[in-house]
Design a protein around this ligand. Structure first.
Ligand code: FPP
Ligand code: K
Ligand code: ZN
Length: 407
């Protein structure tokens, strides 16, 4: 099973939690935690029993995941599997997961995807979740990311920058916060999606300045006493919103507006001692999707601190334990990945578990990829701030650097 330089699977000597950990009483929370640990332990045990007879179990089920993604992309246009308002998201989850696996769709399929996303574009700028729907920041982010992953002339043309900028201004409030759609709710996902699109499409600096005046300060207000970020000021810290908060601040070069030491401590405590994966908030259960939301937050935060603190050369979280959790507990034999053992596969978890594994393997702070098990497990890198390939970020920014359509 691999050479000496590679990370090896462990013997799972990690400690399980104790039923009376919660102030010495058994609670619903502590019982749920124990149930989860038992199901994870079963996956670890099964691995130990057959690791020598079936080395395949230590591998990423590449072909099965590719087959799953391919089948899901093909039935998207006729659509019944995905929530109707999340079809642009489904496209993004599929394209991002596929590229991590080095799986390329043929040109004809990609042309169909570009056509489908063009149909989701709103006359008022931005994208809706499906054809003919109102523009919303989340599917706009998903569509822009998808089109930049595809990266063809035709794909870039499907993003109409001038109306997109108008849409971004239409959901901005004067304090710098963003609503998800006109008259919709305000949360830090809105700010992140807007910043991510603006930066990826290389909007001119004066436009960025005006669009995000006050936004860094508003995001910083979402950081809670725990150290993570809530959806809006005063709400509970959560891994998903924490990613949006720090990635948004980092893209604006305003990470110093939040307390990064507190943030780093909070995110590091989200890695579960026994399971190896991350939870999304204090006292909740491990979930594969936080491999990205929390996993990416750690190197992003470290990167904004480097120079301030020269000590941090490698990723502070346990990249080996995270890969163990995803490889042994979150893969479906039939393809697709999951939240935790016993759950069904879905595109969202397939995208964010694989994205998290990629982050663990290619963390910016480490010099060579930290791949657990067989070298076949190495995924392509992802840009931690946008969650698309680093080369797609560079290509999109360079493509749009010469446009003067928004000046
Ligand atoms: C809690 O679900 C989930 C949330 C409060 C929202 C999470 C936010 C994201 C995942 C970020 C989305 C990012 C973008 C860019 C749109 P839960 O209570 O079912 O899960 P939990 O028990 O793990 O907290
Ligand atoms: K969850
Ligand atoms: Zn999840």
């Amino acid at each position: 099973m691999g050479t000496e330089e590679e990370l090896m699977f462990r013997n799972f000597q990690r400690l399980k939690s104790y039923i009376f950990d919660d102030e010495k009483v058994s609670t619903t929370t502590s019982r749920e935690q124990q149930k989860t640990e038992s199901s994870v332990e079963k996956c670890f045990d099964r691995f130990e029993q057959i690791m020598f007879t079936d080395p395949r179990l230590t591998q990423i089920f590449r072909l099965e995941h590719q087959y799953y993604l391919d089948a899901m992309l093909r039935r998207l246009p006729s659509n019944y599997e995905c929530l109707d308002s999340s079809r642009a998201w489904c496209v993004y989850w599929i394209l991002q997961a596929a590229q991590l696996l080095s799986f390329n769709f043929d040109d004809q399929t990609l042309n169909h995807v570009v056509q489908f996303l063009s149909n989701c574009r709103s006359p008022t700028g931005g994208f809706g979740g499906g054809p003919g729907q109102y523009a919303h920041l989340a599917p706009t982010y998903a569509a822009v990311n998808s089109l930049c992953i595809i990266g063809s002339e035709q794909a870039y043309r499907a993003i109409d920058r001038p109306t997109l900028v108008q849409f971004l201004f239409s959901v901005r409030d004067s304090d710098g916060s963003f609503r998800l759609h006109v008259d919709g709710e305000t949360d830090v996902r809105g700010a992140y999606c807007a910043i991510s699109c603006a930066k990826l499409l290389n909007l001119p600096e004066p436009v960025i300045k005006e669009l995000f005046a006050g936004t860094g300060d508003w995001i910083a207000q979402c950081q809670t006493y725990e150290g993570g970020f809530g959806g809006a000021p005063g709400l509970e810290a959560h891994g998903g919103y924490t990613f949006c908060g720090i990635a948004g601040l980092a893209l604006l070069n305003e990470a110093d507006k939040c307390d990064r030491q507190a943030l780093l401590k909070w995110t590091l405590r989200r890695q579960m001692t026994y399971e190896g994966g991350f939870q999304g908030r204090t006292n909740k259960l491990v979930d594969g999707c936080y491999s990205f939301w929390v996993g990416a937050t750690i190197p992003i935060t470290q990167a904004t601190l480097s120079g301030v603190d020269k000590q941090m050369e490698h990723t502070l979280f346990d990249v080996e334990a995270l890969q163990e959790y995803i490889l042994l507990c979150c893969q479906k034999q039939s393809g697709g990945l999951i939240d935790k053992p016993g759950k069904p596969q879905d595109l969202y978890h397939t995208c964010y578990t694989l994205s998290g594994v990629s982050i663990a393997q290619h963390s910016e702070c480490a010099s060579s990829p930290q791949v657990l098990g067989d070298t076949i497990n190495e995924l392509l890198p992802t840009h931690p701030l946008f969650n698309i390939p680093p080369k797609s970020v560079a290509a999109a920014r360079s493509h749009f650097s010469n446009s003067n359509d928004t000046e």
